[in-house]
Write a protein that binds this ligand. Structure first.
Ligand SMILES: [Zn+2]
Length: 392
């Protein structure tokens, strides 16, 4: 079950992602996404928070019934009625995962839960044991772990393991930690908590300071073997760690992470990203890593020239590996003669050196006027010998 060289991908697009303002989805839409996540080959789909509403419970239940060959997790606070609701929702899944959480930071305990540390510790023992009685797989999360006292967190983790937790999640709930600090926390726990090598450690990061991916990768360096991520980095506030970024970092730089791998079918990244964007109505920024419209587009002349000679000059992964067609050489005012020549050849025009010089001069004049020079603009330039259509 526990393979030290495989990073398990726990997708929470349907739970944490759906908590993005405006991202609410219908049950049918959630099922469509769950089916796409199964094609992407994620290990675990967190389908929702069943105690939140009867509608949420029904949606999670439908996903658990209909999505096969993947583990389905349901989230629950550390109390019996939440755990009962989550279990009711996921128990028909091929591999159900009960995900129980409680906050462990002073700020959350005091102001939100009004519990002291000992009371919270007792609740962890009781409720993880209660969950384990129902489900063979139980994940425990220490909410706001990165702002919790490290020694208290060690005691909580030890209690959760003794009570039967099979996965321990150390979330950076508020996007506060830094890569070296998060890595240090994982190492600290691994050195001090009895039995921790018997369970899977999990990272769950938010992007409030834009460090979700960096922090998640740092946790992998320190032994995390599960990462909690979302498609397009959807999620509360500034979002969660983006799945496509973490997975492609591992694919592109395996040697930097001890050659770990994932089971993800990366060619499904683009279709998954587009489906999630379409169903949530939340667009993907053009300069988004991996799945943004410009992620494999090159406009600068020097870059286009390099790409035409050898794509390794400016591309660290192929667009096809994540579901795109070919690289786009965008023609704009930063482009050079080689880029223009390559595009004109694709359009069926093979110009002599002198003709190309002329066409390039007209192209630069047009590119100064327009952000983007289209294929029909290029044909116009070549065929009419002018830079601006007379009628415009
Ligand atoms: Zn979260």
């Amino acid at each position: 079950m526990k393979d030290p060289d495989v990073i398990r991908i726990f997708d929470t697009t349907l739970r944490d992602g759906e908590q993005s303002p405006g991202a609410t989805m219908t049950t049918e839409e959630k099922i469509q996404i769950a089916e796409q996540l199964a094609r992407l080959n994620v290990d675990i789909i967190e389908a929702g928070f069943p105690a939140a509403s009867p509608g949420d419970l029904m949606a999670v239940k439908e996903i658990a019934r209909r999505t096969r060959d993947v583990a389905i997790a349901g989230l629950a606070r550390a109390n019996a009625s939440d755990i009962d609701a989550a279990w009711e929702a996921i128990r028909e899944a091929d591999r159900p995962v009960l995900h129980v959480f409680i906050a462990t930071s002073e700020i959350h305990l005091k102001h939100k839960l009004k519990l002291d540390k000992e009371e919270a510790l007792q609740q962890v023992k009781r409720m993880v044991a209660y969950a384990r009685n129902l489900s063979p797989t139980v994940e425990f999360s220490a909410e706001d772990a990165t702002r919790s006292e490290w020694d208290y967190l060690c005691r909580v983790c030890e209690a959760a393991i003794k009570a039967g937790a099979t996965t321990l999640n150390i979330p950076d709930t508020v996007g506060y930690t830094l890569p070296h600090e998060y890595e240090g926390l994982f190492r600290y726990l691994r050195e001090r908590v009895p039995g921790i090598d018997e369970v899977v450690m999990s990272a769950h990061c938010h992007n409030d300071l834009g460090m979700g991916t960096a922090n998640t990768l740092a946790a992998i360096n320190a032994g995390a073997r599960q990462v909690e991520v979302t498609v397009n980095g959807l999620g509360e506030r500034a979002g969660n760690t983006a799945m496509e970024e973490v997975v492609m970092a591992l694919c592109t730089r395996p040697e930097a992470f001890g050659n770990v791998s994932t089971r993800i079918n990366t060619r499904e990244f683009l279709p998954t990203s587009q489906l999630v964007s379409q169903l949530t109505g939340i667009p993907v920024q053009p300069n988004k890593a991996v799945v943004g419209a410009n992620a494999f587009a090159h406009e600068a002349g020097i870059h286009q020239d390099g790409m035409l000679k050898n794509r390794l000059t400016y591309e660290i992964m192929t667009p096809q590996s994540v579901g795109w067609g070919d690289t786009k050489l965008v023609l704009g005012k930063h482009s050079g003669r080689h880029g223009l020549d390559a595009r004109l050849r694709q359009l069926g025009h093979k110009l002599s050196a002198e003709e190309l010089k002329q066409a390039y001069r007209r192209f630069v004049a047009m590119a100064d006027q327009k952000k983007h020079v289209s294929d029909s603009d290029l044909l116009y330039i070549v065929e009419s010998g002018m830079e601006t259509p007379a009628a415009i």
